[in-house]
Design a protein around this ligand. Structure first.
Ligand code: FES
Length: 139
């Protein structure tokens, strides 16, 4: 049960400020998470506000300020290290965490309930699998 998947590097997360990926949860459903900088390391949180089903990172990076993730809908801010929110509509809630580990600057997904699918959001997965995808059909 200690399988781990390489995601990206700590350096990349710190440069880009958030790194979006899609995984399959324990029920076989696709979900999204974001890696965000926390001090010198990174943390991973579900890419969805606790107030309403609003994504933080919609594919262009999450809004961040002073070590906090800003919800684009009503502006609640979540601490990147603890996932906790003490303000606005989402006050007194904590984001669900996804387990990751860092070894030699490389970030690995270590969550037993999450299987890595691909970088980016759920809608970007259609590019590589999905028989319904038409995005690569040329004329
Ligand atoms: S949806 Fe995030 S604060 Fe309301």
């Amino acid at each position: 049960m200690s399988e781990r998947t390489r995601l990206t590097t700590v350096e990349t997360v710190h440069e880009d400020r958030s790194w979006l990926f899609t995984f399959e949860d324990e029920y076989g459903e696709e979900d999204e998470a974001i890696l965000v900088p926390c001090d010198d390391g990174v943390e991973a949180w579900i890419n969805r506000c606790t107030h309403e089903a609003q994504r933080f990172d919609t594919g262009r990076g999450a809004a961040m300020r002073d070590g906090q993730i800003i919800c684009p809908k009503h502006g609640s801010m979540f601490d990147t290290c603890s996932g906790y929110c003490d303000n606005g509509e989402a006050a007194d809630t904590t984001l669900p965490a996804v387990d990751v580990a860092v070894t030699d600057g490389v970030v690995y997904l270590t969550d037993d309930d999450a299987t890595f699918l691909h970088e980016g959001g759920t809608d970007e997965g259609d590019d590589d699998d999905g028989p319904t995808s038409t995005s690569h059909i040329g004329f």
